[in-house]
Design a protein around this ligand. Structure first.
Ligand SMILES: [Zn+2]
Length: 473
């Protein structure tokens, strides 16, 4: 489908170019051509199958086997790659396809490790890479060995074409993403950053093309920012006592009131310009009550009623983009039923939108609690630096989208989770989370769940799209 559509568009651009005798239109058409041929696609499916069969469940990971496999494939296709050990049986692979050097390099990033899979829950075994009804099954097909192979296949297709791009393409696959990246991206950023000192852009997992069930694209969501992570501890101290004689101001009672206020009073909504653009652009893809709420998001976000909040909360992910959030996670107090404890303790997991400091947010939390006897401390702060969303990378993704007829808009997205991207954003590399394949709700639920699988038609389109994005970049 996309193959035919693209050729038609390409042909019309070419004929227009002939009419206008304009060479720039020809260059433009060449830039967005992306379709891989059947043998390239067959090779990519084989690579993904082999890669899925290498069990890189983390913990323990054992990603070195995956890194060596990727190195071998790159080497066999004429691209030299290095493997660096970050720990026992854990390694990073990095390869580079040279361009003309006119522009700075672009990194294609993926992680080698996968989350555990309980084989007995699965319809087909998680490490056998079986194909059923046009879908390749296995742990990591979506998160994110599938994307890793799409990146690799796009790189090989560009190499094979013999056409030098303006930018070098750097392929990097890391271990340990699923448990924080200590032996993966963090290790790389600390020990080998000189290998990417010439890089300007990076593509990674993060978001994808949200699809209706059945696979029709709604919009292309490109994650340009991840929320910062702020973990807080709350401590209430008081007197211990015999539980037969209650104390209204006991540590537990004050803590419960404080947490009650936090649960009842979420932070005010805060509409970032990119988030406003996101909701306005996707409103047309919604039906029901969300359509209007999204279209007029600037109004929706001002003191929404409980009823409006409930409607928005149906889509938890999009809802999370509208405010800083607080989840009460750890509660600790007491050791015996008949003793009033002297201390009550809780932890909060707060996810903070770009542009808010931890100090500002702590003040807000203290105001909500309204009890100065509760001590609030920062126990973790991981800052998520946003990347710009009006630059060559966004334009390149839009060009790839236009090549397919631009039926689904390209929109910036803020995600509430962390990926390896933040380690590279800290190095000053503009990083974007975008898997260029259609993912519907059913398939999304299989990531970190059971029956993870990738529709092969989408996998093929994903490679085509990556080639187009890289050419346009
Ligand atoms: Zn992942």
């Amino acid at each position: 489908m996309s193959l035919i559509l693209n050729k038609v568009i390409l042909a019309s651009v070419l004929s227009l170019a002939t009419l206008l005798t304009s060479s720039s239109a020809l260059v433009e058409a060449e830039n967005i051509k992306g379709d891989i041929d059947d043998s390239e696609y067959d090779q990519a499916v084989k690579l993904l199958s082999n890669y899925i069969k290498i069990d890189t469940t983390n913990p323990p990971g054992n990603e070195k086997l995956g890194a060596l496999y990727l190195q071998k494939v790159l080497g066999e296709n004429g691209i030299e790659a290095q493997v660096f050990d970050s720990a026992k049986d854990r390694a990073i692979v990095i390869g580079r396809l040279k361009g003309t050097g006119k522009k700075k390099a672009v990194i294609l990033l993926s992680h080698i490790d996968v989350v555990p899979a309980q084989a007995s829950d699965w319809k087909y075994p998680p490490f056998a890479a079986e194909i059923h009804d046009g879908e390749l099954w296995g742990r990591g097909t979506l998160d994110m060995k599938g994307m890793g192979i799409m990146e690799l296949a796009a790189m090989l297709a560009i190499k094979r074409s013999g056409h030098l791009l303006d930018r070098d393409i750097i392929f990097i696959a890391t271990p340990d993403e699923e448990v924080g990246g200590t032996y993966g991206a963090e290790w790389f950023a600390k020990n080998k950053k000189e290998l990417v000192s010439d890089a300007e852009y990076l593509l990674n997992e993060g978001y994808s093309i949200e699809a209706e069930s059945g696979g029709k694209a709604k919009y292309w969501g490109v994650d340009y920012a991840e929320k910062s992570v702020l973990w807080l501890s709350l401590t209430a101290n008081g007197l211990a006592g015999h539980a037969s004689m209650p104390m209204s101001d006991s540590a537990n009672n004050r803590m419960i009131k404080a947490l009650g206020r936090i649960a009842e009073n979420p932070p005010k909504m805060k509409l970032l310009p990119a988030v406003k653009e996101f909701f306005q652009s996707i409103a047309a893809t919604e039906s029901g009550p969300l359509k209007e709420l999204y279209a007029d998001i600037a109004k929706t976000a001002v003191n929404p009623s409980k009823e409006t909040e409930a409607k928005l909360a149906v889509d938890k992910l999009k809802y999370s983009m509208l405010r800083n959030t607080v989840s009460i996670t750890v509660l600790k107090a007491g050791y015996k039923t008949n003793v009033i404890p002297a201390q009550s303790y809780a932890e909060l997991d707060c996810r903070i939108l770009p542009g808010v400091t931890p100090e500002e947010f702590v003040v807000e939390v203290k105001q909500t609690i309204g009890d100065p006897s509760i001590e609030v401390k920062v126990i973790e702060w991981e800052k998520g630096d946003p990347s710009p969303y009006d630059n060559d990378m966004f334009r390149a993704i839009k060009a790839a989208n236009t090549a397919e007829g631009a039926t689904a808009p390209v929109v910036p997205v803020v995600v509430p989770w962390f990926t390896d991207s933040h380690w590279f954003r800290e190095l000053g590399i503009h990083s974007y989370g975008f898997e260029p394949i259609e993912v519907d709700a059913e398939h999304l639920a299989t990531m970190h769940g059971k029956d993870e699988r990738i529709p092969l038609a989408a996998f093929r389109r994903g490679i085509d799209r990556l080639v187009r994005i890289l050419r346009a970049l």
